[in-house]
Design a protein around this ligand. Structure first.
Ligand code: GRF
Length: 191
């Protein structure tokens, strides 16, 4: 299935998908200087540089992101470290076809960009990673895959984040395959 990946950060999940031969046909970013955007340029993947500053509103930016992905025939959207919430024009265009990866065992530590820090501070012994469908409800769409990651004695945010990333690199590809199989039974985007 043709994937459109949305990034704001380092881009390790994007890299992982490309290296596992997923068909990443377009990358969109709200942060043109991020690592994920640099990776897209390096691999000559069409890159939509959609910083909100260039638009009248978030919704206008999301219309541009929708049109950019549609123009590249994107069938499934992967939020791989995207730090904004999609607005209605984008959600409606790709309803049931947007996947997010979150660095905790949702619903724990939801709605935050600091889920790893929160897990460490809270003293839990186990945290993890979750892949879920994106809906209007932040971090609360149906879960596709989860993996537990132990919090080890002496863990820092960096060491724990590193292990959670390894987990994400396993479960995101698995969840995409699962969803692709499900969607193969349903109508294409825009139909
Ligand atoms: C991941 O931990 C993901 O769960 C969160 O943002 C991070 C992105 O990492 N939403 P990367 O940019 O793919 O390396």
């Amino acid at each position: 299935m043709r994937l459109g990946v949305v990034v704001s950060g380092k881009g390790s999940n994007l890299r992982n998908l490309v290296e596992r031969n997923f068909e990443v046909v377009a990358v969109a970013t709200n942060r043109p200087s991020c690592g994920g955007a640099a990776f897209a340029r390096e691999r000559d993947i069409p890159l939509g540089e959609l910083s909100v500053k260039g638009f009248a509103s978030e919704a206008k930016r999301d219309e541009a992101m929708r049109d950019f992905f549609m123009a590249h025939g994107v069938e499934l959207v992967i939020d791989a470290g995207y730090d904004r919430i999609h607005t209605r024009p984008f959600l409606e265009a790709f309803r049931g076809r947007i996947v997010n990866v979150h660095p905790s065992l949702l619903p724990e530590f939801s709605g935050s960009m600091n889920a790893v820090e929160q897990a460490l501070q809270s003293g839990v012994e186990v945290t993890g990673a979750t892949v879920h469908l994106v809906t209007e409800d932040l971090d609360a769409g149906p879960i596709l895959a989860q993996e537990r990651v132990p919090v080890l004695k002496g863990d820092t945010v960096e060491t724990l984040r590193g292990r959670i990333h390894q987990s994400e690199h396993r479960i995101l590809p698995a969840a995409i395959r699962l969803l692709e199989a499900r969607l193969a039974q349903s109508p294409a985007v825009g139909q």
